[in-house]
Design a protein around this ligand. Structure first.
Ligand code: ATP
Length: 263
């Protein structure tokens, strides 16, 4: 469904952030993009959804294909119309609007008002807490409720591919679990394909079938979730487990084996 071929991206004409990123997201799948702070994960997502243009960013090399169509030079509205919808980092709700008004904002490119009403009910079906809060000002919601709301708002745009940037950020383990259960259900029942950026590797690999590890603007490793969970270097570096099962800081760990072609 989505394919990045050797994508290079530059901010402000000088800062090279993506140095040839290639990855694939198959239709119906959940793919995770993992890596430390500053690796370029958010930038990769921005390039897919066209948001890099607003920050003086430019794809200078490579291709981004969605359902076979090149999208790397399209503007964000066109990309949303194709069915690629991003849930940006940081739970950006429209604070002064109610929950339901926020959901309606997510459908602003649509004209099928009857279907929009049905989709609001669909959001309430998957996130029942939002139904109870439908007339509440969204700025007063808890962090977990706001995260559900931004996922719900993205749903209102009828995504084929939902792109999520760190949905677990700053939430308690219980809320993270709840949100990931909703994401899994949306993938399975509503057939929404997902590309997920996460620092919480364990939870990401619990729902993704495949993952890419990014470091310094490049993909350095990829594999199925099972392969990566068994990979001793990933265990040490990202899950904080050493071979005897104890915990260790990633700072003490040698760099894991990278993809051969980058050596
Ligand atoms: P994090 O988990 O901290 O969000 P990340 O992997 O998502 O990290 P990015 O946010 O994509 O990383 O940042 C990658 C690099 O690009 C960083 O060095 C960052 O400073 C730089 N960068 C990000 N946005 C801009 C911008 N608008 N202009 C210039 N440089 C930027």
């Amino acid at each position: 469904m989505l394919k990045l071929n050797n994508v290079e991206m530059i901010y402000n004409k000088v800062i090279l952030v993506l140095k040839g990123v290639s990855l694939e997201v198959p239709e119906g799948g959940i793919v995770a993009l993992l890596g430390a702070n500053g690796a370029g994960k958010t930038t990769t997502l921005k390039c897919i959804s066209g948001l890099e243009h607003a920050e003086e960013g430019e794809v200078t090399r490579g291709q981004i294909l969605f359902e076979g169509q090149r999208i790397e030079q399209m503007d964000p509205t066109e990309i949303v119309r194709l069915g690629v919808v991003q849930v940006v980092e940081g739970r950006k709700v429209l604070e002064h609007l109610t929950v339901e008004q926020n959901l309606l904002v997510g459908s602003h490119l649509r004209k099928d008002m009857d279907a929009v009403k049905r989709d609001i009910d669909l959001v309430y079906h998957y996130c029942p807490a939002l139904k109870k809060l439908r007339n509440n000002t969204s700025g007063y919601l808890s962090g977990g409720e706001q995260q559900m709301l931004v996922v719900g708002r993205a749903l209102m745009a009828r995504p084929k591919l939902m792109i999520l940037d760190e949905p677990s950020l700053g939430l308690s383990p219980l809320l993270v679990k709840e949100i990931f259960e909703v994401l899994k259900e949306l993938n399975e029942k509503e057939k929404i394909t997902m590309l997920l950026v996460e620092q919480n590797v364990k939870i990401a690999l619990s729902i993704a079938q495949h993952a890419y590890i990014m470091e310094n603007g490049r993909i350095v490793l990829d594999g199925t979730a099972e392969e990566l969970l068994q990979n001793e270097d990933i265990k040490e570096f990202y899950l904080g487990l050493n071979l005897s099962g104890g915990r260790r800081s990633y700072r003490n760990v040698k760099h894991y084996k990278r993809r051969k072609r980058w050596l």
